[in-house]
Design a protein around this ligand. Structure first.
Ligand code: SF4
Length: 160
């Protein structure tokens, strides 16, 4: 089955320090309770992310976005690996948000960052110190969750 997306957005907080072009891929099989985007679960829903369309977007956003972020899509390993490679060749950082606790080494090799772990409502997301989720810089293996907590505090302070 080919890769499809529910939406494509420019996002600023999901990958600290990067402006990311974010592809929300449909067909997530994990079905976490309390998932923020159950509309993306249905396999075969959304629009086709063809290679020419993807490549055109990479070119369009070059110099504006600095990172290509996939929200899911690890269930299309071959396509995902190719798309990540193409992004890196154009100088983008790459990131995958997955609800799994690990990803295949072939995918990991093409990632600058990875967010691991399912959504568990009472543990919260990356901006919660109790979270089960981990945001990792792949080259060093460093966990960078603190960047999300700091960002949240700054945002809170400036909004007062
Ligand atoms: S991994 Fe993400 S998209 Fe998939 S069910 Fe869990 S929270 Fe929803």
């Amino acid at each position: 089955m080919p890769m499809r997306y529910a939406h494509i957005d420019v996002v600023h907080q999901e990958v600290p320090g990067e402006i990311s072009l974010c592809f929300s891929i449909t067909g997530c099989p994990l079905r976490c309770m309390g998932c923020h985007s159950p509309h993306t679960w249905k396999a075969g829903s959304g629009k086709l992310l063809t290679a020419p369309h993807y490549q055109k977007l990479l070119q369009q956003y070059q110099g504006f976005a600095s990172c290509i972020l996939f929200m899911g899509g690890e269930w299309h390993p071959e396509t995902l690996i190719n798309y990540l490679k193409e992004a890196r060749q154009l100088g983008y950082a790459t990131c995958l948000y997955t609800g799994e606790n690990s990803v295949a080494p072939m995918i990991l090799q093409q990632l600058t960052y990875v967010k691991l772990g399912p959504w568990i409502p009472n543990l919260g997301g990356l901006n919660n110190t109790k979270t089960n989720q981990q945001f990792i810089e792949v080259s060093t293996g460093k966990k960078l969750n603190h960047l999300f907590i700091a960002h949240d505090k700054i945002k809170h302070r400036t909004s007062q």
